[in-house]
Design a protein around this ligand. Structure first.
Ligand SMILES: C[S@@+](CC[C@H](N)C(=O)[O-])C[C@H]1O[C@@H](n2cnc3c(N)ncnc32)[C@H](O)[C@@H]1O
Length: 230
């Protein structure tokens, strides 16, 4: 199936509310566990000197879980959509969890982040994203950003949808989504599936652009994980 790009930022209020109200917690907990397992395997423990950055953080689902899992480590969630950041700040404000003190949000397009601006008093130890890559129109923009933000020691872990093989498979996944979620979210999910990259596209980009310390892993039929160092 040909890739059909979708708008990068999720800026519509209804879209943001639908996304925020959906329960993706099972997948989110899995992702945090996968990151934790990967760090353990690499003998890396995160503490006060470290910084975790969650790119395309949306309403903060993953950022909050990272901040709770590593309470002594500063976590920064970044999103280019003002509506999403407002939602993330609101979610943080209504959470009773004292552990979220280590979490803050920044509204910025990932393409505009420079290492020498606003956030980076510390080097980034863990650079994460979930469901971001398919939003990015050109893969160079995603990989340039993680290259700029990463040092040799930065662990990258980016999970995203995998583009279905054909339109029929995409429509089947859309139909399954519609059983659980509302129409706005279902349409967004379908647009996301069509905008997603394939395993081969990511693998080829990595090998053609001197990023061989990164790798791509296919998780089940529908997800991809880009991980490693840049
Ligand atoms: C599908 S949501 C995922 C949100 C969150 N990571 C999660 O897993 O719940 C994708 C998010 O990426 C943001 N995004 C897309 N392109 C971006 C860009 N170029 N710069 C910053 N944020 C971007 C969107 O605004 C949206 O909030």
């Amino acid at each position: 199936m040909e890739r059909v790009p979708e708008p990068e930022l999720m800026e519509e209020k209804e879209q943001v509310i639908s996304y925020d109200e959906a329960d993706f917690s099972e997948g989110e907990v899995n992702l945090i566990n996968q990151i934790n397992q990967y760090l353990l395997k690499k003998n890396i423990s995160l503490g006060e000197k470290d910084l975790i950055v969650d790119l395309g953080c949306g309403p903060g689902n993953i950022s909050e879980k990272l901040a709770i899992k590593w309470p002594n480590t500063a976590v920064v969630g970044i999103d280019g959509s003002k509506e999403m950041i407002l939602r993330a700040e609101y979610n943080k404000s209504i959470s009773n969890n004292q552990k979220l003190k280590n979490l803050r949000y920044i509204c910025s397009d990932i393409k505009d982040i420079k290492l020498n601006n606003f956030l980076f008093k510390k080097r980034i130890s863990l650079l994460v994203s979930n469901s971001l890559i398919h939003h990015i129109t050109n893969l160079e923009d995603f990989f340039n950003t993680i290259r700029i933000l990463s040092s040799n020691n930065t662990v990258n872990f980016h999970k995203d949808l995998k583009r279905p093989l054909d339109e029929k498979s995409a429509l089947e996944l859309k139909a399954q989504c519609s059983i659980k979620y509302n129409e706005i979210l279902t349409n967004d999910y379908y647009a996301s599936l069509r905008a997603s990259y394939t395993f081969k596209e990511l693998k080829n980009f990595i090998s053609e652009n001197d990023l061989s310390s990164l790798d791509v892993f296919e998780e089940g039929e529908n997800y991809l994980i880009v991980y490693g160092n840049v």
